[in-house]
Ligand binder design. Structure first.
Ligand SMILES: NC(=O)c1ccc[n+]([C@@H]2O[C@H](COP(=O)([O-])OP(=O)(O)OC[C@H]3O[C@@H](n4cnc5c(N)ncnc54)[C@H](O)[C@@H]3O)[C@@H](O)[C@H]2O)c1
Length: 363
């Protein structure tokens, strides 16, 4: 009798953090564990959960442990919830946890698919009859989130303070994310990359991006391209989304556009994302696009699909492609059968959606 293949166990660091982050990470873990349990020993996930976030900050004055980066480094991947709570200023919580991990682990490519699910009503009328599916690729290491600047002159008295926030665009940073977008486009049914800037108004940094895009595009003659200003792209998301395949943009612009995309697909609660360190020098991080949603936290009604599909992106990253596809199918079967949370017009709670997805994982 042939020996059963050895189970490959992946070490995953879970950081649920705040608000609905804890609920959707628990939901995602339950679904991923069910998938692993049904994999006939093909893979297993060994979870280590970290208590970092705003509650940790209130006790310790830090958003995460001092040696957190060294602790996280050996993991195969990080599964993140959401950070932020009204008791801690948002810039403190975001910089103290999520941005510190993303920047120090050089997770420079943030991929945010916009996926339209069966059974979920989109505010776009044309979504009923048109196949819509695109992905936002966000530069995740510099741009408007480089953290450069300062506040000064408060000594001049009230009303006279000055703040400077500088964007940082490097040719290397632009080139690597633009190349990433082209490579992704080559793996999609429609080979097209739309580059987004505001280079008419921002004549230095964004012109460098535009020029880099034009140069890199020459290496991909099989991929169609367009360069669109961000205001026009916001309109295009609504009016001509069938024209999109891969949309690549700076840190801030892609952040805003991907929220618009997920709202068009039905809810912020549906959107998944991956923060990749493509060179695999550091673990990549998988998280829903949404925040900690203090307005609905603790009620058991958060939509877990964004977190669960972030788990599918994690499986793909670990090389478990068939398992990722199975998970996508189970989610679509669940929405298609009308098991929906309130944000997408249903009445189901988080746990009912999780139970339905697990049931739909069965072959
Ligand atoms: N990646 C992150 O960790 C991240 C991202 C965005 C915001 N935040 C933080 O989250 C906190 C709240 O920010 P916000 O209100 O601007 O954005 P948010 O994404 O938390 O909420 C925006 C709206 O979407 C709804 N929503 C979000 N997730 C949902 C889900 N899973 N199911 C159903 N509805 C959902 C909320 O109820 C709310 O009405 C802030 O502290 C902010 O800094 C964190």
């Amino acid at each position: 009798m042939p020996a059963a293949p050895a189970t490959r166990t992946y070490q995953i660091a879970a950081i649920p953090a705040d608000g609905v982050g804890a609920e959707v990470v628990a939901a995602g873990r339950a679904v991923l564990d069910a998938l692993a349990a049904g994999s006939n020993g093909a893979f297993a996930l060994a979870w280590t959960e970290f208590p970092w976030g705003c509650g940790y900050y209130e006790k310790t004055g830090r958003m995460m442990a001092e040696d957190a980066l060294a602790v996280l480094q050996p993991f195969d991947a990080i599964y993140f919830g959401a950070v932020g709570w009204p008791t801690v200023p948002d810039h403190v919580s975001l910089w103290g946890l999520r941005l510190t991990i993303a920047q120090n682990f050089d997770q420079w490519a943030n991929v945010r698919p916009v996926h339209f699910h069966p059974g979920v009503l989109s505010p776009l009328r044309k979504a009923d009859g048109t196949r819509l599916d695109w992905v936002v690729v966000r530069e995740n290491s510099e741009g408007e989130y480089a953290g450069l600047g300062g506040r000064n002159l408060s000594g001049r008295g009230p009303g006279n303070e000055v703040a400077v926030q500088t964007v940082l665009f490097t040719e290397k940073g632009c080139e690597r994310i633009i190349r990433f977008a082209f490579e992704l486009a080559r793996a999609r049914p429609v080979r097209k990359v739309s580059s987004v800037t505001k280079s008419n108004a921002q004549q230095y940094a964004m012109v460098l991006w535009d020029e880099t895009f034009a140069r890199v595009a020459q290496d991909y003659p099989d991929v169609t391209t367009e360069a669109v200003l961000v205001d026009a792209m916001a309109a295009k998301f609504v009016l001509k989304p069938e024209d999109l395949s891969v949309v690549v943009a700076s840190n801030l612009m892609a952040d805003i556009l991907s929220d618009l995309g997920s709202a068009l697909a039905g809810s912020l609660g549906l959107a998944a994302s991956a923060n990749y360190n493509p060179e695999r020098r550091f673990p990549s991080m998988f998280e829903p696009v949404h925040g900690s949603a203090p307005d609905i936290a603790g009620q058991g009604i958060a939509n877990p699909i964004g977190a669960i599909l972030s788990g599918a992106l994690m499986l793909d990253h670990l090389g478990l492609h068939e398992e990722a596809t199975r998970l996508h199918k189970a989610v679509d079967a669940t929405t298609g059968s009308g098991v929906l949370t309130r944000d997408i017009g249903g009445t189901a709670g988080t746990s009912q959606v999780v139970a339905a997805i697990i049931e739909n994982l069965a072959p």
